[in-house]
Design a protein around this ligand. Structure first.
Ligand SMILES: Nc1ncnc2c1ncn2[C@@H]1O[C@H](COP(=O)(O)OP(=O)(O)O)[C@@H](O)[C@H]1O
Ligand SMILES: CC(=O)OP(=O)(O)O
Ligand SMILES: [Mg+2]
Length: 408
């Protein structure tokens, strides 16, 4: 029997998303999510698409990522899709920070694990969770290739003028301080899918990708290669996010330390976990923010301000990347907010007809899981919604690597 299945693990700080795919046709056999790991009310939702698709849900404490993965393995086994299956070809892991070292998907060995570990200080919310996923999966299936697909890989094509910060070169080099960028798997997948939506080859188009999820980032993609992106040394820079501030004056940190008496760790937590939308209005979910705005009254005021700050930052990046690219063929929205929040898309390009940017109200109101245009017929620049699929992209890259290894 040839092994054609790939299990993809996307381990977040308090969640694990997973998909089991059959790479003969990229079909999904099972998908699921473990949430609130480490809390009393952890939840696991498992959908065995291959076996009728009825979801199973359980709640109850799941102490850590290791326990989460074991619970996932048990659910898959119930459907005859267990990790012991000879049809499993590999496990693909999303790894957020790969530094400059990893520009391609990589088969994981002890050296790779050590390098991902070394990068924890620059991805403190993400790399530790990614590592636990890797370690647990290696214990469960030590014989199977485990592949790391890095968020940073797609951004390694950025020119030095975009990747470097204007700080002392020796200090920057000594500490490897530069813009790495994240969500690269999504930016790569979505920019390519946007070209296809336009009936073009990726090498023919320039695209601004707006990945707006809980974490959010923008990128400028010229002819299929990333030339700039909004996240930097860490996933803290750039757009306003669910709980992260995005861009601030670096001197805010000195001020909070010197005048506010806060420790570096407290400031780190403030900017990464208590800022962004949640810091501005108490909610990090765009659905809730829109509900408050639409309801009106006193509760709407803070939500409106948070929304306006979010949009203002987004528009600045659209303008900046327009200038970086010179010619723009498409602006594309993706991830939870980008795919679902029509008011965000509308506000992001409002009044930018001079740049060829506009949304058609009817098209923008359509809810769909398909890639689609939301700009008016014949617009100079396409505005599009393209659902991201990081898991499919990770599976594709993982399988391609494993298969190429066989033929060598
Ligand atoms: N229907 C919706 N309308 C507006 N925003 C939504 C909707 N559904 C999801 N979102 C937003 O998407 C976010 C999650 O996006 P997602 O890409 O899944 O994030 P992540 O992968 O970082 O967990 C939510 O926090 C919420 O703000
Ligand atoms: C890098 C990053 O911000 O990832 P996420 O959006 O999954 O938090
Ligand atoms: Mg995401």
């Amino acid at each position: 029997m040839t092994a054609t299945r790939v299990l993809v693990l996307n381990s977040g700080s308090s969640s694990v998303k997973y998909q089991l795919l059959d790479m003969r046709d990229s079909s999904r056999l099972a998908v699921g999510l473990v949430e609130r790991i480490g809390e009393e009310t952890s939840g696991l939702k498992h959908t065995p698409l291959a076996n009728g698709g009825a979801s199973r849900e359980q709640t109850g404490p799941i102490a850590d990522h290791e326990a989460a993965l074991k619970a996932v393995a048990a659910e898959l086994a119930r459907d005859g899709l267990g990790l012991d299956s000879p049809e499993l070809a590999a496990i693909g892991h999303r790894v957020v920070h790969g530094g400059r070292h990893f520009t391609e998907p990589t088969v994981i060995d002890d050296t790779v694990v050590a390098e991902i570990e070394r990068l924890i200080p620059v991805a403190p919310l993400h790399n530790p969770a990614n590592l636990t996923g890797i370690r647990t999966a290696r214990v469960l299936r030590p014989d199977l290739p485990q592949v790391a697909v890095f968020d940073t890989a797609f951004h390694t094509t950025m020119p030095e003028s975009a990747a470097r910060y204007a700080i002392d070169v020796r200090t920057a080099d000594e500490h490897r301080i530069r813009r790495y960028g994240f969500h690269g798997t999504s930016h790569a997948y979505v920019s390519r899918a946007t070209a296809h939506l336009l009936g073009k080859d990726p090498s023919e188009v320039n695209v601004i990708v707006l990945h707006l999820g809980n974490g959010a980032s923008a990128s400028a993609v010229r002819a299929g290669r990333c030339v700039d992106t909004s996240m930097g040394l860490t996933p803290l820079e750039g757009l306003v996010m669910g709980t992260r501030s995005g861009d601030t004056d670096p001197a805010v940190i000195f001020h909070l330390a010197r005048v506010g008496g806060m420790s570096i760790d407290e400031i780190d937590t403030l900017l990464n976990k208590k800022s962004g939308l949640i810091g501005l209005c108490g909610d990090n979910d765009m659905r809730e923010i829109r509900r408050r705005i639409d309801q009106g009254g006193e509760d709407a005021e803070q939500a409106r301000l948070a929304f306006d700050i979010y949009i203002h930052r987004l528009r600045k990046y659209i303008g900046a990347y327009y200038a970086v690219l010179g010619r723009v063929d498409a602006v594309v929205f993706t991830a939870g907010v980008g795919e679902n929040a029509a008011p965000v898309r509308e506000a992001a390009v409002a009044g930018l007809e001079g740049l060829g940017l506009a949304v058609d109200a009817d098209r923008n109101a359509v809810r769909s899981g398909e890639p689609r245009l939301v700009s008016p017929e014949g617009a100079r620049v396409a505005v599009a919604v393209v659902p991201t699929d990081e898991e499919l992209e990770i599976a594709t890259q993982t399988y391609a690597l494993v298969e190429s290894g066989k033929s060598e």
